[in-house]
Design a protein around this ligand. Sequence first.
Ligand code: PLP
Length: 452
Amino acid sequence: LQAVEAVEPRIAGAIRDELHDQRESLKLIASENYASPATLLAMGNWLSDKYAEGVSGHRFYAGCKNIDTVEDVAAEHAKALFGAQHAYVQPHSGIDANLVAYWSILAAKVQSPALEKLGAKSIKDLSEADWEQLRSELGNQRLLGMSLDAGGHLTHGFRPNISGKMFYQHNYGTDPTTQLLDYDAVAAQAREFKPLIIVAGYSAYPRRINFAKMREIADEVGATLMVDMAHFAGLVAGKVFTGDEDPVANAQIVTTTTHKSLRGPRGGMVLCDETFKDYVDQGCPMVLGGPLGHMMAAKAVCFAEARQPAFQEYAQQVCDNAQALADGLLKRGAKLVTGGTDNHIVLMDVTSYGITGAQAEGALLESGVVTNKNSVPNDPNGAWWTSGVRLGTPALTSRGLGTAEMDQVAELIDTVLKHTKAGVTKTGAQAKGKFELASGVADDVSAKASGL
Ligand code: PLP
């Protein structure tokens, strides 16, 4: 850090402060973790300086043998870890992985058949008129994904994201009573909407998904099943999600981030079967810039770590801890979406405390408990203020906390929320983002949180 300090002390300061914050507070953001020192070191080095457009063995630049090694080793570990036929480790993030997957499906299922019909080898051979026709077909496809307030992700076809501009989108929600995924309802929607792609996966759904059932639905309507396992990749790698719950065994194409429950560097990856292999490998330059050699190196280290038996214990502990956290909150009277959890996420509906998700998030942060506000199904407070708070156990489990400590964490959260009141503006109107926390609570809870 001294080298950074000498050039720009504010950056050195921010790095130090981040380490301090991450050590002192309780990191309950479900998508965050603590990467190992080996992973962190693998991403801060000279591999960053090399351009290597293309894919291993087929580069547009000279001198890429070390990047080839890195990419090959990362892919080898990824395939072994997840039992995948093919791994593409270049995507810089989860969004990028999803873009590569979407365009690969479009290329395999829309573009290739169109070229075949026209007797053309490549899009370069098409006349202007045929190219226009193909472009309109590519832009006329349908995608069915989970709704945002049921726990889906913006990249699953929602308008603010490029995926919502590329596809006509419909979404499936959850059962209004149980808040659980209703496979019969998804099947009925799929039959009516006839999507090219069904996306399964979530950012805030606190339950497991039966991917075998989702594949049956996709097969029945001729759709490709894509699973975005960004959130729960660590639970797949750690063999907690197996059989019908294993996305790689059941979907044709799987995308992920590497930095959430998988505990690696920030980044993405696509796993697929042979059908999509050649398309996925064109991710750069189709939608990606030059691959980040240092990040692929860090992914390789993370995958190698996740292949150790200790990672399976970790993954199981993540779920046990989420269960203990949910139990601890339920016994103190809290309301949880779906009534509990069987993955790494606990989604609290904080309206029972008389506050919004934004107010709860603010009060918890002031008390050293870092969470994020989150919509609940059919959220009356909308996607900004929300009625929920999302909690996740991957990071605290990496720090070695177990089920006994989860009960203490539940106690801290419940204490803060019970002492938080909705705030008002100067004119006395209700302010959904303002809160009042009873005096002394933040200091008391922060001290306890940093001691855990
Ligand atoms: N997919 C899912 C399910 C996610 O939860 C996220 C991030 O939160 C992403 C994709 C996007 O990942 P990234 O932030 O790396 O682009």
